[in-house]
Design a protein around this ligand. Structure first.
Ligand code: NAP
Length: 243
């Protein structure tokens, strides 16, 4: 079945991989981008199925506009926005980048529905390992200093984002990758390990611990295992991904 998918954060990394996979699989994709020229190559390759909308994930009107296609809400939303730290510090230019994005998305969905536009898209939100409320450590003990101190600010942002989504009443799946690398190994996609945590009750159902996974593998997982499957058995869960 061909879906209509809004991808927020599609210019780079995991979101870009999710976009490429969705286009290859024949879906209609709306990419909300601050800099549309970043996907010029894809626009040329998929002129009828890639719709590029210039906008900011923190701007309510931009998000509302991107959520509606042919008078209906899109079928799925993938959001994987984030900032890469610059320089030696792991601090971010905007320590609330993800939480703000999620608040905007949830508010946009509510406003669009008050205008009589129907639909209940499944939302796939990209988060991180290291923030399970179950108390389970879903990352290797050697990474404790990095996760506990170095990434504390980024992790607080992801926790807030997850909480906003879990409290929203929307249909969702959270994907929590281990450390992201650019070296891709598509041939290993069937070896990706997945832990399962209930995002509402914080009960850990299955634990998997590992160091890294590629942005490419995460994006392909988002499209083929979450968006195309409608979340199904994973709805309401947080999935920890690692090689
Ligand atoms: N680094 C790690 O090891 C690690 C581990 C686990 C989870 N994560 C998290 O996973 C997520 C994805 O990581 P990634 O490396 O794939 O991301 P990335 O390559 O840095 O891409 C981030 C995307 O977010 C977009 N973006 C940021 N702010 C935006 C805004 N206000 N409006 C619209 N788009 C915006 C960027 O667009 P522009 O082109 O406009 O900048 C870019 O497309 C991040 O939240 C990251 O923190 C990272």
């Amino acid at each position: 079945m061909s879906l209509t998918i809004l991808i927020i954060g599609a210019s780079l990394g995991c979101g870009h991989s999710a976009l490429v996979t969705a286009l290859q699989d024949g879906h209609t994709c709306i990419a909300l981008l601050r800099y549309p020229s970043k996907v010029d190559d894809l626009s040329k390759r998929y002129p009828s199925t890639l719709i590029v909308r210039e906008g900011n994930a923190h701007n309510l009107e931009d998000v509302k506009g991107a959520l509606v296609h042919q008078g209906r809400l899109v079928d799925r939303v993938s959001t994987s926005i984030g900032l890469r730290p610059t320089g030696m510090s792991l601090r971010l230019a905007d320590p609330e980048v993800c939480a703000k994005g999620m608040r905007t998305l949830i508010a946009a969905l509510k406003e669009v529905r008050t205008q009589g536009i129907q639909g209940r898209p499944l939302i796939c939100a990209l988060s991180t390992t290291g923030i399970s409320r179950s108390g389970v450590r879903d990352y290797p003990v050697l990474l404790y200093p990095l996760y506990h101190w170095g990434l504390a600010e980024a992790h607080a942002d992801k926790r807030n984002m997850e909480q906003t989504l879990a409290d929203s009443g929307e249909r969702f799946v959270i994907v929590r990758p281990s450390l992201l690398v650019d070296t891709d190994r598509p041939e290993n996609d069937d070896k990706v390990r997945m832990g399962i945590d209930d995002a509402k009750t914080a009960e850990y159902e299955k634990m998997e611990v590992g160091y890294t996974i590629s942005r490419g593998a995460v994006g392909r997982f988002i499209t083929t295992r979450v968006l195309e499957k409608d979340g199904k058995s994973y709805e309401g869960k947080a999935l920890a991904l690692t090689w």
